[in-house]
Design a protein around this ligand. Sequence first.
Ligand code: KMH
Ligand code: ZN
Length: 308
Amino acid sequence: MSKVIISCALTGSIHTPSMSPYLPVTGEDIAAQAIGAAQAGAAILHLHARNPVDGRPSASPEHFMGFLPAIKAGCDAVVNLSTGGSAVMTLEDRLTGPLMAAPEMASLNMGTMNFALYPMAAKPRQWKFEWEEPFLRNSDDLVFRNTPRDIEGILRQMGEERGARFEFECYDLSHLHMLAHFRDRGMVKAPIFIQFVMGVLGGVAAEPEHLAHMKATADRLFGDDYLFSVLAAGRQQMPMAAIAAGMGGHVRVGLEDNLFISRGILAKSNAEQVTRVRGIVEALGREVATPDEARAMLGLKGADKVKY
Ligand code: KMH
Ligand code: ZN
């Protein structure tokens, strides 16, 4: 089995500041936690931007630049910028930071879908900022837009024009077939890095039989041309990562997708989750890939080719 690429998703646009004091939202905290996650073994750092004042998801290039240079100076991990941003953003807004930065990797969401965060609003808590509760509650009437035309545009602008390669976010079987469609159009080239995204309310549930079926489908559609990673949101994060590693896959952890390190215990940093999943991977007898080994496996352009 290959070495295991550990991705870490540092902050995302799902959780809000009142949910955890350890969720990094300032440029300094995002950079420090990213470097810490790299030191713990993360080869890829998946990054969203936030408004440093109130932690609101942000598309602003200025907010991306609040951490990108420090991360580049502080570690050799691969930077993977989100083109998903937040479902409340327009596609144009979502792309402003990634287009400016021209990173080695970018996420690419393979279908329009519901992305329901509102169950998290139901839990009574003291909200630090007034934007948090409505942001969560209104996700019951929100569409996370990723049409084929949107996907084609991101492939062209981030891939063909800026040399980024992709973490293809597949939340369900239909997304695998959409990815195969773009491979058939000649717009997606091997090695294809597929993230099976599980446990988002709007996508496939984080259950082993769904993972087995997603992998069997990807095997049939992509053969030897793909690598798979698994991210499970919430409490299934580590169990599904363990199964993924046992199946020969790669893993993604991070506070973007899960705020806890164990039942009822908040993770104190992204590095804590990276350390936990590294222990699982190594206990299974596999080795963790370095950033340069990940670059070789994924055909990346190199950190010297980014624009920040
Ligand atoms: N938050 C993950 C469930 C993206 O940023 O483009 C999916 C994700 C998508 O990370
Ligand atoms: Zn993300």
